[in-house]
Write a protein that binds this ligand. Sequence first.
Ligand SMILES: Nc1ncnc2c1ncn2[C@@H]1O[C@H](COP(=O)(O)OP(=O)(O)OP(=O)(O)O)[C@@H](O)[C@H]1O
Ligand SMILES: [Mg+2]
Length: 317
Amino acid sequence: MRDFIVRAEGLKKHYPLSGEGGRKKLHALDGVSLTIQQGEILGIVGESGCGKSTLGRCLLRLTDITAGKVYFDGADITDHDRRALKNIRRNMQMIFQNPYSSFDPKYKLGTSLREVGKVNDIKEEVLEERIKRLMEYINLPGDMLDRRPSELSGGQLQRLAIARALLLEPRFIVADEPVSALDVSVQAQILNLLTDLRKEFNMTMLFISHEMTVVEHLCDRVAVMYLGRIVETAPTRKLFSGLLHPYTRALIRSVPRSHPDEECERIILSGEIPSAIDLPKGCRFAKRCPRATALCFESEPELTEIEDGHYVACFEQ
Ligand SMILES: Nc1ncnc2c1ncn2[C@@H]1O[C@H](COP(=O)(O)OP(=O)(O)OP(=O)(O)O)[C@@H](O)[C@H]1O
Ligand SMILES: [Mg+2]
């Protein structure tokens, strides 16, 4: 059996809604199973609200889990309390979308970075050496550490957020839309940096994005989410060459393509995403799907392996 750093089995996160006598709940995650191997970058894509961030937070156990299991490095951490989690936290880090909210504006960046080391009992010499090395990797001069967050550009600050995430040499990183808030040119720089760093540090990462092109560039494998579920997952190249789920096709086609032939096949994602509170019967995508049949409105398709490593939840396959 292969070694998985992270494994989720039937993960559910439901939020009870106030004002409905606690009867109604929002199904942010609704039965997600996945594995991430050492050194692998798994991309998570899907429209806003489909549960991407919730998945990241559940895997890092930053939130309680309604049902299912999360394993980290072979250990079941589903019910770990705060104390038990503290011991593994340094091995799991998160990079957020907005670098300005990742740092305390009051402190110089060097102070923020060193604080992370101190709280985690890293010896001062080791810490200084690591900071120096990371500043070289992220290609920023050391004197940037004497500045405060407001004195840096978004791209520079996101580099520092990445450095801070790597400071404890974590085994697993969740990057939640780390380039979405940046200019396109800066996005490319940060993606290139992540590509270089993964080679250097053999990073294992969950990379969340709602942009297919970004994920295509960086990830080994991609999972497409729709309303709290994975509807398709495959190695990146396989997914982009033979995408099968109508939703994945729509997501990819919503990116303008240069090839005129592809325009003919274009599926427009129309219609509202159904509510995650009153979920429709059958396939969650059926209402917006151009190929839906009566069966799709009756029962929900399971995620099924159709060829090596390529899973799809659609009756058409
Ligand atoms: N603390 C919370 N309480 C109640 N509902 C929540 C909470 N956090 C998230 N949700 C809901 O759970 C669903 C999934 O949210 P999530 O933030 O995971 O989506 P997302 O895919 O990351 O979206 P985006 O691309 O906009 O970041 C949404 O319907 C959201 O409103
Ligand atoms: Mg999110």
